[in-house]
Design a protein around this ligand. Sequence first.
Ligand SMILES: NC(=O)c1ccc[n+]([C@@H]2O[C@H](COP(=O)([O-])OP(=O)(O)OC[C@H]3O[C@@H](n4cnc5c(N)ncnc54)[C@H](OP(=O)(O)O)[C@@H]3O)[C@@H](O)[C@H]2O)c1
Length: 248
Amino acid sequence: MIQDNTKEKWTREGRILITGAGQRVGLHCLRRLLEQGEQVAMTYHTERPVINELREQGVICLQADLSSPDSVEQLATRIRDEVGPLRALIHNASAWLPDREENTDYASVMQDMMQIHMMAPYLLNMRCRELLLQGRLPWSDIIHITDYVVEKGSDNHIAYAASKAGMANMSRSFAKRFSPEIKVNTIAPSLLMFNEGDSEEYRQKTLKKSVMGVEPGPDVVYQALCFLMDNAYMTGREINLDGGRHIR
Ligand SMILES: NC(=O)c1ccc[n+]([C@@H]2O[C@H](COP(=O)([O-])OP(=O)(O)OC[C@H]3O[C@@H](n4cnc5c(N)ncnc54)[C@H](OP(=O)(O)O)[C@@H]3O)[C@@H](O)[C@H]2O)c1
């Protein structure tokens, strides 16, 4: 018998939680979900005026440092106590630490990258399973945001690329472990938004890496999130948002 996936029959039980949503891509996606009437929650690291604005709009905002297992465990407890049932858990928080210079403290770069991109999502997925089961309609979602460099590697960000590759692999394992109630997928973007200080030369060089040659902005991630959360039959997979970098 064909499963009934009619969206109109769903009821909203749980919140969509995005980690690291105090700025840029995460903040944009959070605001777009709010516009659509979704119940949302977020974690942030740095205090900014926008956090109070979000709280006034009904967003549950949890200050969290993801840089140690203990602090992630504390966050998991706060999610259970202050957020409750989850419709989706979106792992967006990230740091892009370089490791090219000879005087780099390589051990701490690798440790930090593994902590934020692997340890934090691993612990949160384990600890939030019950909340995701409570918030499903009829399924719930875990979405990991990785990076195009998982496919190609990176000579300037070796530890970053490796830790995002670990996250991508973990995504498939969690898809097996949590199926069928919780779908687990990955979004792998290349350039989404430049950083403020990026030079014109760097911008031009980066734009030329994809066949589409544009800075797409954060809405492409929002579109992918919606697709994944709406779709009834995709798990353990990846959406590539890279403007065709692989065919350049
Ligand atoms: N932007 C791009 O072009 C691009 C390209 C490829 C992949 N991606 C991926 O897409 C996602 C969003 O990109 P983005 O540029 O919007 O990311 P971002 O601003 O660099 O980072 C997202 C958030 O992660 C939080 N964070 C960093 N270290 C943390 C820590 N120790 N504890 C808790 N939170 C921490 C920061 O929080 P605070 O600001 O509150 O300190 C930051 O706002 C990331 O996963 C990124 O790897 C982005």
